[in-house]
Design a protein around this ligand. Structure first.
Ligand SMILES: Cc1ncc(COP(=O)(O)O)c(C=O)c1O
Length: 370
Protein backbone atom coordinates (compact mmCIF):
# COMPACT_ATOMS: atom_id res chain seq x y z
CA UNK A 1 0.00 0.00 0.00
CA UNK A 2 1.15 3.52 -0.75
CA UNK A 3 -0.56 5.29 2.11
CA UNK A 4 1.59 7.35 4.43
CA UNK A 5 1.02 6.44 8.06
CA UNK A 6 1.79 9.39 10.33
CA UNK A 7 4.55 8.72 12.87
CA UNK A 8 2.28 9.35 15.88
CA UNK A 9 -0.17 6.70 14.61
CA UNK A 10 2.46 4.17 13.52
CA UNK A 11 4.00 4.10 17.00
CA UNK A 12 0.77 3.44 18.91
CA UNK A 13 0.36 0.04 20.53
CA UNK A 14 -3.31 -0.87 20.02
CA UNK A 15 -5.38 -1.56 23.13
CA UNK A 16 -5.07 -5.32 23.68
CA UNK A 17 -8.45 -6.43 22.27
CA UNK A 18 -8.95 -9.59 24.36
CA UNK A 19 -10.81 -12.54 22.91
CA UNK A 20 -14.49 -13.32 23.44
CA UNK A 21 -14.83 -15.68 26.38
CA UNK A 22 -16.14 -18.50 24.15
CA UNK A 23 -13.06 -18.32 21.91
CA UNK A 24 -10.71 -18.29 24.86
CA UNK A 25 -12.43 -21.34 26.35
CA UNK A 26 -12.13 -23.20 23.04
CA UNK A 27 -8.43 -22.30 22.73
CA UNK A 28 -7.56 -23.39 26.26
CA UNK A 29 -9.93 -26.34 26.36
CA UNK A 30 -11.74 -24.99 29.40
CA UNK A 31 -15.37 -24.43 30.31
CA UNK A 32 -17.11 -22.33 32.91
CA UNK A 33 -14.37 -19.73 33.00
CA UNK A 34 -14.65 -16.65 35.20
CA UNK A 35 -13.44 -13.23 34.18
CA UNK A 36 -11.90 -11.11 36.91
CA UNK A 37 -9.83 -8.97 34.58
CA UNK A 38 -11.73 -5.83 33.55
CA UNK A 39 -13.05 -4.30 36.78
CA UNK A 40 -16.63 -4.95 35.78
CA UNK A 41 -19.56 -5.46 38.12
CA UNK A 42 -19.90 -9.26 38.49
CA UNK A 43 -23.55 -9.11 39.64
CA UNK A 44 -24.73 -7.44 36.46
CA UNK A 45 -27.17 -4.59 36.04
CA UNK A 46 -30.24 -4.00 38.17
CA UNK A 47 -33.31 -6.04 37.08
CA UNK A 48 -35.06 -2.68 36.69
CA UNK A 49 -32.50 -1.71 34.04
CA UNK A 50 -33.21 -4.87 32.11
CA UNK A 51 -36.95 -4.21 32.23
CA UNK A 52 -36.46 -0.63 31.04
CA UNK A 53 -34.25 -1.77 28.17
CA UNK A 54 -36.76 -4.41 27.06
CA UNK A 55 -39.48 -1.80 26.98
CA UNK A 56 -37.33 0.48 24.83
CA UNK A 57 -36.50 -2.09 22.13
CA UNK A 58 -39.42 -1.17 19.90
CA UNK A 59 -38.06 2.38 19.55
CA UNK A 60 -34.77 1.40 17.98
CA UNK A 61 -35.76 2.83 14.59
CA UNK A 62 -35.57 6.35 16.09
CA UNK A 63 -32.42 8.37 16.62
CA UNK A 64 -31.58 8.85 20.27
CA UNK A 65 -32.10 12.14 22.08
CA UNK A 66 -28.90 14.00 21.26
CA UNK A 67 -29.07 16.05 24.46
CA UNK A 68 -29.69 13.07 26.81
CA UNK A 69 -32.30 15.35 28.36
CA UNK A 70 -33.82 13.02 30.97
CA UNK A 71 -30.54 11.43 32.00
CA UNK A 72 -28.78 14.76 32.36
CA UNK A 73 -31.71 16.20 34.36
CA UNK A 74 -31.66 13.21 36.70
CA UNK A 75 -27.90 13.39 37.16
CA UNK A 76 -27.98 17.14 37.76
CA UNK A 77 -30.61 16.71 40.44
CA UNK A 78 -28.77 13.88 42.12
CA UNK A 79 -25.41 15.64 42.05
CA UNK A 80 -26.72 19.10 42.92
CA UNK A 81 -25.18 20.78 39.88
CA UNK A 82 -26.64 22.37 36.74
CA UNK A 83 -27.42 20.35 33.58
CA UNK A 84 -25.05 22.67 31.71
CA UNK A 85 -22.18 21.43 33.88
CA UNK A 86 -22.60 17.83 32.69
CA UNK A 87 -21.38 16.28 29.43
CA UNK A 88 -22.35 12.70 28.57
CA UNK A 89 -19.93 10.32 26.87
CA UNK A 90 -19.94 6.94 25.17
CA UNK A 91 -18.22 5.65 28.29
CA UNK A 92 -16.09 8.09 30.28
CA UNK A 93 -13.46 7.15 27.71
CA UNK A 94 -15.18 9.42 25.26
CA UNK A 95 -14.99 12.41 27.59
CA UNK A 96 -11.22 11.89 27.71
CA UNK A 97 -11.26 12.04 23.93
CA UNK A 98 -13.39 15.23 23.89
CA UNK A 99 -11.03 16.94 26.32
CA UNK A 100 -7.99 16.12 24.24
CA UNK A 101 -9.75 17.05 20.99
CA UNK A 102 -10.91 20.37 22.37
CA UNK A 103 -7.81 21.48 24.22
CA UNK A 104 -4.72 19.72 22.84
CA UNK A 105 -3.12 20.69 19.56
CA UNK A 106 -0.01 19.26 17.97
CA UNK A 107 3.00 19.86 20.21
CA UNK A 108 0.93 20.66 23.32
CA UNK A 109 1.81 18.79 26.48
CA UNK A 110 -0.27 16.55 28.74
CA UNK A 111 0.81 15.06 32.06
CA UNK A 112 -0.20 11.59 33.22
CA UNK A 113 1.10 9.06 35.74
CA UNK A 114 2.50 5.63 35.07
CA UNK A 115 0.93 3.26 35.60
CA UNK A 116 -2.52 4.74 35.24
CA UNK A 117 -5.45 4.30 32.86
CA UNK A 118 -3.84 3.63 29.47
CA UNK A 119 -6.24 5.61 27.30
CA UNK A 120 -5.04 9.07 28.36
CA UNK A 121 -1.66 8.74 26.70
CA UNK A 122 -2.99 6.99 23.64
CA UNK A 123 -5.55 9.66 22.84
CA UNK A 124 -2.96 12.41 23.33
CA UNK A 125 -0.63 10.61 20.94
CA UNK A 126 -3.35 10.33 18.28
CA UNK A 127 -3.79 14.08 18.51
CA UNK A 128 -0.05 14.71 18.08
CA UNK A 129 0.31 15.94 21.65
CA UNK A 130 3.31 15.23 23.86
CA UNK A 131 2.90 12.95 26.87
CA UNK A 132 4.87 13.68 30.00
CA UNK A 133 4.65 10.69 32.28
CA UNK A 134 5.37 10.72 36.01
CA UNK A 135 6.02 7.34 37.68
CA UNK A 136 3.87 6.55 40.70
CA UNK A 137 5.63 6.88 44.02
CA UNK A 138 4.89 4.08 46.52
CA UNK A 139 1.88 3.09 44.40
CA UNK A 140 0.43 6.62 44.53
CA UNK A 141 0.36 9.66 42.26
CA UNK A 142 3.53 11.67 42.77
CA UNK A 143 1.93 15.10 43.08
CA UNK A 144 5.24 16.92 43.65
CA UNK A 145 6.76 15.18 40.61
CA UNK A 146 3.73 16.16 38.52
CA UNK A 147 4.02 19.81 39.48
CA UNK A 148 7.65 19.91 38.38
CA UNK A 149 6.67 18.90 34.83
CA UNK A 150 4.18 21.70 34.22
CA UNK A 151 5.29 24.09 31.50
CA UNK A 152 3.69 26.82 29.42
CA UNK A 153 2.72 24.16 26.93
CA UNK A 154 0.84 21.99 29.43
CA UNK A 155 -2.86 21.83 28.64
CA UNK A 156 -4.20 18.89 30.63
CA UNK A 157 -3.31 16.76 33.62
CA UNK A 158 -5.01 13.38 34.03
CA UNK A 159 -5.21 11.85 37.49
CA UNK A 160 -7.22 8.70 38.05
CA UNK A 161 -8.41 8.89 41.62
CA UNK A 162 -8.52 6.08 42.68
CA UNK A 163 -5.73 4.93 40.42
CA UNK A 164 -6.03 2.00 38.05
CA UNK A 165 -4.19 -0.38 38.54
CA UNK A 166 -3.07 0.25 42.14
CA UNK A 167 -6.47 1.12 43.67
CA UNK A 168 -4.96 3.93 45.78
CA UNK A 169 -6.69 7.28 46.34
CA UNK A 170 -5.20 10.66 47.14
CA UNK A 171 -6.10 11.97 50.61
CA UNK A 172 -8.34 15.03 50.04
CA UNK A 173 -6.14 17.36 52.12
CA UNK A 174 -3.19 16.58 49.85
CA UNK A 175 -5.28 17.00 46.73
CA UNK A 176 -6.70 20.38 47.81
CA UNK A 177 -3.21 21.57 48.72
CA UNK A 178 -1.92 20.41 45.34
CA UNK A 179 -4.73 22.16 43.46
CA UNK A 180 -4.50 25.37 45.48
CA UNK A 181 -1.47 26.67 43.63
CA UNK A 182 -1.67 24.67 40.41
CA UNK A 183 -1.41 26.88 37.30
CA UNK A 184 -4.81 28.13 36.18
CA UNK A 185 -3.95 27.53 32.52
CA UNK A 186 -4.01 23.74 32.98
CA UNK A 187 -7.23 21.72 33.18
CA UNK A 188 -6.91 19.07 35.87
CA UNK A 189 -8.96 15.99 35.04
CA UNK A 190 -9.84 13.85 38.05
CA UNK A 191 -11.01 10.51 36.70
CA UNK A 192 -13.34 9.04 39.32
CA UNK A 193 -14.35 5.84 37.53
CA UNK A 194 -14.21 4.00 40.88
CA UNK A 195 -15.45 6.77 43.16
CA UNK A 196 -18.53 4.80 44.22
CA UNK A 197 -16.36 2.21 45.97
CA UNK A 198 -14.21 4.78 47.71
CA UNK A 199 -14.30 5.52 51.43
CA UNK A 200 -16.63 8.54 51.75
CA UNK A 201 -13.97 10.35 53.77
CA UNK A 202 -11.66 10.27 50.74
CA UNK A 203 -14.17 11.69 48.29
CA UNK A 204 -13.54 15.28 47.28
CA UNK A 205 -16.02 18.13 46.99
CA UNK A 206 -16.61 18.19 43.23
CA UNK A 207 -19.14 21.01 43.56
CA UNK A 208 -16.72 23.64 44.80
CA UNK A 209 -13.98 22.41 42.50
CA UNK A 210 -15.98 22.62 39.27
CA UNK A 211 -17.55 25.93 40.33
CA UNK A 212 -14.02 27.06 41.12
CA UNK A 213 -15.24 28.89 44.19
CA UNK A 214 -11.74 29.44 45.46
CA UNK A 215 -10.32 30.69 42.18
CA UNK A 216 -8.11 27.72 41.45
CA UNK A 217 -7.24 25.85 38.27
CA UNK A 218 -10.19 24.39 36.35
CA UNK A 219 -11.07 20.84 37.42
CA UNK A 220 -13.07 18.29 35.42
CA UNK A 221 -14.44 15.14 37.03
CA UNK A 222 -15.05 11.95 35.06
CA UNK A 223 -17.59 9.36 36.18
CA UNK A 224 -18.95 6.18 34.63
CA UNK A 225 -21.88 3.77 34.67
CA UNK A 226 -19.49 0.95 33.73
CA UNK A 227 -18.41 -0.02 37.23
CA UNK A 228 -20.76 0.30 40.23
CA UNK A 229 -23.84 0.49 37.99
CA UNK A 230 -22.83 -2.60 36.00
CA UNK A 231 -23.36 -1.12 32.53
CA UNK A 232 -19.93 -1.54 30.87
CA UNK A 233 -21.59 -3.03 27.79
CA UNK A 234 -23.89 -0.06 27.23
CA UNK A 235 -21.07 2.51 27.21
CA UNK A 236 -22.14 5.50 29.20
CA UNK A 237 -20.16 7.90 31.34
CA UNK A 238 -20.12 11.62 32.04
CA UNK A 239 -18.00 14.57 32.98
CA UNK A 240 -18.73 17.36 35.47
CA UNK A 241 -17.13 20.69 34.72
CA UNK A 242 -17.54 24.45 34.41
CA UNK A 243 -20.09 25.45 31.76
CA UNK A 244 -17.39 27.13 29.70
CA UNK A 245 -15.50 23.84 29.37
CA UNK A 246 -18.70 21.85 28.77
CA UNK A 247 -19.60 24.14 25.88
CA UNK A 248 -16.24 23.38 24.24
CA UNK A 249 -16.79 19.63 24.61
CA UNK A 250 -20.25 19.83 23.05
CA UNK A 251 -18.63 21.43 20.00
CA UNK A 252 -16.38 18.41 19.35
CA UNK A 253 -18.86 15.60 20.00
CA UNK A 254 -21.06 13.73 17.55
CA UNK A 255 -24.74 14.71 17.80
CA UNK A 256 -25.95 11.26 18.89
CA UNK A 257 -22.97 9.99 20.87
CA UNK A 258 -25.07 8.23 23.54
CA UNK A 259 -27.34 5.58 22.08
CA UNK A 260 -30.93 5.32 23.22
CA UNK A 261 -30.50 2.05 25.15
CA UNK A 262 -27.59 3.56 27.07
CA UNK A 263 -29.70 6.59 28.03
CA UNK A 264 -32.64 4.49 29.17
CA UNK A 265 -30.45 1.95 30.97
CA UNK A 266 -28.38 4.56 32.80
CA UNK A 267 -31.50 6.43 33.92
CA UNK A 268 -33.05 3.24 35.31
CA UNK A 269 -29.77 2.36 37.04
CA UNK A 270 -29.57 5.78 38.63
CA UNK A 271 -33.09 5.45 39.97
CA UNK A 272 -32.50 2.04 41.55
CA UNK A 273 -30.63 3.23 44.62
CA UNK A 274 -31.29 0.03 46.51
CA UNK A 275 -29.52 -2.10 43.93
CA UNK A 276 -26.63 0.36 43.76
CA UNK A 277 -26.21 0.14 47.54
CA UNK A 278 -26.36 -3.65 47.35
CA UNK A 279 -23.47 -3.59 44.87
CA UNK A 280 -21.41 -1.41 47.20
CA UNK A 281 -22.11 -3.70 50.17
CA UNK A 282 -21.28 -6.81 48.17
CA UNK A 283 -18.07 -5.20 46.92
CA UNK A 284 -16.97 -4.30 50.45
CA UNK A 285 -17.63 -7.86 51.57
CA UNK A 286 -15.68 -9.29 48.62
CA UNK A 287 -12.78 -6.95 49.34
CA UNK A 288 -12.54 -8.07 52.97
CA UNK A 289 -12.81 -11.76 52.07
CA UNK A 290 -10.27 -11.70 49.25
CA UNK A 291 -7.67 -9.62 51.07
CA UNK A 292 -7.84 -11.97 54.05
CA UNK A 293 -7.67 -15.17 52.00
CA UNK A 294 -4.90 -13.98 49.68
CA UNK A 295 -2.72 -12.90 52.59
CA UNK A 296 -3.27 -16.30 54.21
CA UNK A 297 -1.72 -17.87 51.10
CA UNK A 298 1.52 -15.94 51.68
CA UNK A 299 0.96 -13.33 48.95
CA UNK A 300 0.71 -9.62 49.66
CA UNK A 301 -2.53 -7.90 48.76
CA UNK A 302 -2.61 -4.12 48.55
CA UNK A 303 -5.28 -1.93 50.15
CA UNK A 304 -7.70 -0.62 47.59
CA UNK A 305 -10.48 1.95 47.23
CA UNK A 306 -11.93 0.19 44.19
CA UNK A 307 -13.55 -3.07 43.04
CA UNK A 308 -10.16 -4.62 42.24
CA UNK A 309 -6.83 -5.07 43.95
CA UNK A 310 -3.20 -5.77 43.26
CA UNK A 311 -1.52 -8.89 44.56
CA UNK A 312 2.19 -9.47 44.81
CA UNK A 313 2.36 -13.19 44.01
CA UNK A 314 6.06 -13.47 44.92
CA UNK A 315 6.94 -14.88 41.51
CA UNK A 316 6.54 -14.25 37.77
CA UNK A 317 3.05 -12.85 37.19
CA UNK A 318 2.84 -13.87 33.51
CA UNK A 319 3.40 -17.52 34.40
CA UNK A 320 0.81 -17.37 37.15
CA UNK A 321 -1.65 -15.69 34.80
CA UNK A 322 -1.20 -18.53 32.28
CA UNK A 323 -1.53 -21.22 34.93
CA UNK A 324 -4.75 -19.64 36.22
CA UNK A 325 -6.09 -19.34 32.70
CA UNK A 326 -5.83 -23.11 32.28
CA UNK A 327 -8.04 -23.39 35.36
CA UNK A 328 -10.56 -21.03 33.79
CA UNK A 329 -9.77 -18.05 36.02
CA UNK A 330 -8.93 -14.93 34.05
CA UNK A 331 -6.99 -12.24 35.90
CA UNK A 332 -4.61 -9.59 34.61
CA UNK A 333 -0.84 -9.82 34.77
CA UNK A 334 0.74 -6.48 35.56
CA UNK A 335 4.10 -7.24 33.97
CA UNK A 336 3.34 -4.94 31.02
CA UNK A 337 3.06 -2.12 33.58
CA UNK A 338 6.48 -2.97 35.01
CA UNK A 339 5.07 -4.87 38.01
CA UNK A 340 6.54 -8.24 37.09
CA UNK A 341 5.31 -10.02 40.23
CA UNK A 342 1.84 -8.52 40.37
CA UNK A 343 -1.58 -9.52 39.18
CA UNK A 344 -4.68 -7.31 39.23
CA UNK A 345 -7.88 -9.05 40.22
CA UNK A 346 -11.43 -7.71 40.01
CA UNK A 347 -13.71 -8.77 42.85
CA UNK A 348 -16.23 -11.36 41.72
CA UNK A 349 -19.37 -12.91 43.14
CA UNK A 350 -18.99 -14.96 46.31
CA UNK A 351 -18.75 -18.15 44.29
CA UNK A 352 -16.23 -16.68 41.85
CA UNK A 353 -14.07 -15.39 44.67
CA UNK A 354 -13.94 -18.81 46.31
CA UNK A 355 -12.94 -20.37 43.02
CA UNK A 356 -10.29 -17.70 42.51
CA UNK A 357 -8.76 -18.34 45.94
CA UNK A 358 -8.67 -22.10 45.35
CA UNK A 359 -7.09 -21.70 41.89
CA UNK A 360 -4.56 -19.19 43.20
CA UNK A 361 -3.57 -21.57 45.99
CA UNK A 362 -3.18 -24.46 43.50
CA UNK A 363 -1.18 -22.40 40.99
CA UNK A 364 1.13 -20.91 43.63
CA UNK A 365 1.83 -24.46 44.79
CA UNK A 366 2.40 -25.80 41.27
CA UNK A 367 4.77 -22.94 40.43
CA UNK A 368 6.51 -23.14 43.80
CA UNK A 369 6.07 -19.41 44.53
CA UNK A 370 5.20 -19.48 48.22
C1 LIG B 1 -9.50 4.79 35.60
C2 LIG B 1 -10.47 4.49 34.51
N1 LIG B 1 -11.03 5.49 33.83
C3 LIG B 1 -11.90 5.27 32.84
C4 LIG B 1 -12.26 3.99 32.48
C5 LIG B 1 -13.19 3.82 31.33
O1 LIG B 1 -14.47 3.66 31.71
P1 LIG B 1 -15.66 3.69 30.66
O2 LIG B 1 -16.16 2.31 30.57
O3 LIG B 1 -16.64 4.63 31.29
O4 LIG B 1 -15.17 4.22 29.36
C6 LIG B 1 -11.71 2.91 33.15
C7 LIG B 1 -12.07 1.54 32.75
O5 LIG B 1 -11.58 0.55 33.17
C8 LIG B 1 -10.78 3.15 34.19
O6 LIG B 1 -10.19 2.16 34.84
Amino acid sequence: MKIRIPENIATITPYPPGKPLDELEREYGITDSIKLASNENPWGPSPKVIRALRAELSQLHRYPDGSCYYLVQALAEKLGIAPGEIVMGNGSNEIIEFLVKAFVQEGDEVITSHPSFLMYQKIVQVRGGINHVVPLLDMRHDLAGIKKLVSEKTRLLFIDNPNNPTGTAIPPVELYRFLSDFPESVIVVLDEAYVDFMDKKLQVDFYSLIRNVEGRCPVVFLRTFSKAYGLSGLRVGYGMMAREIAECLHKVRQPFNINQMAQVGALAALEDEEYYQLTLDRTAKARAYLSREVDKLGCTSYPTETNFFLIDVQGNADKLYQAMLYKGVIVRSMSAYGFTNFIRVTFGTEEENKRFVKSLADCLGELGYV
